[in-house]
Unconditional design. Structure first.
Length: 79
């Protein structure tokens, strides 16, 4: 389910504020690289969705996503 515009905008503002304060972002990483998802808005010329690397503004949010296909990923902090 795609979230409403207001929710997305508020999360974006919170993300920017937190990252500006801490100067750290968090991602999930394994031996092959960072966890990726697919864009709901962007696609390549062939119609395939664009892969995006997922980032979080705090470790707890990143940790909450370590499940299912990302269950083997570890949290990586990026200053």
């Amino acid at each position: 389910m795609i979230q409403d515009h207001i929710t997305i905008e508020n999360r974006h503002k919170d993300f920017i504020k937190k990252v500006t304060e801490t100067e750290i972002i968090y991602a999930l990483q394994d031996d092959n690289g960072f966890a990726v998802s697919y864009s709901n808005e962007l696609e390549y010329e062939d119609g395939e969705p664009v892969q995006i690397i997922c980032f979080w503004s705090d470790e707890a949010r990143a940790k909450s996503c370590i499940n299912d296909e990302w269950s083997h990923y570890k949290i990586s902090s990026i200053p």
